[in-house]
Design a protein around this ligand. Structure first.
Ligand SMILES: C[S@@+](CC[C@H](N)C(=O)[O-])C[C@H]1O[C@@H](n2cnc3c(N)ncnc32)[C@H](O)[C@@H]1O
Length: 229
């Protein structure tokens, strides 16, 4: 069998498995299979064109469900809902009386999400706020009652979302941040784009933030899991 071996002789690189399309298909096949609701949503989202790639990957959805379950999450917040895939994944992991607040600025995509929340039987447990996420977050109670948050909206505001969410997160609560590797652009010094700089800035800030523990993983486009101390 051909080894998916990275750079030979480099002990750091030797830890990694290069994920070919075939290996990725295997990985997906060894995650919980998306049900008909998520499959149809993925198909409808893909038909939107290039924005379709914004949707979280299958294994990220499974991870979000798993984290929500592990936390026994009753209060969850998503920043950047798009057509609803990650929201459904989070909501499915919530405790029986758990609720998810979704922040999405685009009414057209929110309408698709809402349609699928209904189809998934989750519309009674998900509140979708169509507004700039910073406004929605600022209006939330200041008390630390959020168990799980997922940040996946406009990158330039990542730091703002993090600072709004952290005080509202309960100790041992988790914030999952998506796209922290930004397709590798975070290590390109020539890339001075606002989004790239904002992601870099938050990645660096998290390392120095004594309020939290973090782990950064190369899942999809990179995720960081932040635990409040
Ligand atoms: C990468 S997509 C989210 C993908 C989603 N998590 C999923 O799995 O399908 C980012 C979303 O953030 C939304 N967004 C961008 N800026 C926003 C803002 N300021 N407030 C709220 N939502 C925003 C976009 O409209 C888009 O739907």
């Amino acid at each position: 069998m051909k080894e998916a071996s990275p750079v030979a002789g480099d002990p750091l690189q030797a830890k990694f498995t290069v994920v070919s399309p075939e290996l990725y298909a295997y990985l997906v096949a060894h995650n919980p299979a998306p049900d008909a609701v998520l499959r149809d949503l993925a198909e409808e989202t893909a038909a939107l064109g290039s924005v379709g790639s914004w949707q979280v990957a299958v294994e990220q959805g499974a991870l979000l469900t798993m984290l929500a379950r592990l936390l026994g999450a009753r209060r969850a917040v998503e920043v950047g809902t798009f057509t609803g895939y990650s929201a459904i994944a989070i909501a499915r992991g919530l405790a029986a009386d758990g609720r998810l607040l979704c922040c999405e600025a685009n009414a057209e995509w929110a309408a698709i999400a809402q349609r699928y929340f209904v189809r998934a039987g989750l519309d009674g447990r998900i509140t979708l706020r169509i507004a700039p996420a910073n406004e929605t977050l600022r209006a939330l109670p200041a008390t630390p009652e959020i168990d799980l948050a997922f940040i996946d909206a406009d990158k330039k505001n990542y730091g703002v979302y993090y600072e709004e969410l952290l005080p509202r997160l309960r100790p041992n609560g988790i914030i999952v941040i998506d796209n922290v590797l930004w397709k590798g652009r975070v290590i390109d010094p020539a890339d001075r784009h606002t989004s790239t700089r904002a992601i870099r800035e938050l990645n660096d800030r998290l390392l120095r933030d004594g309020r939290v523990d973090t782990v950064t993983l190369s899942v999809a486009d990179g995720i960081t899991i932040v635990r409040k101390r």
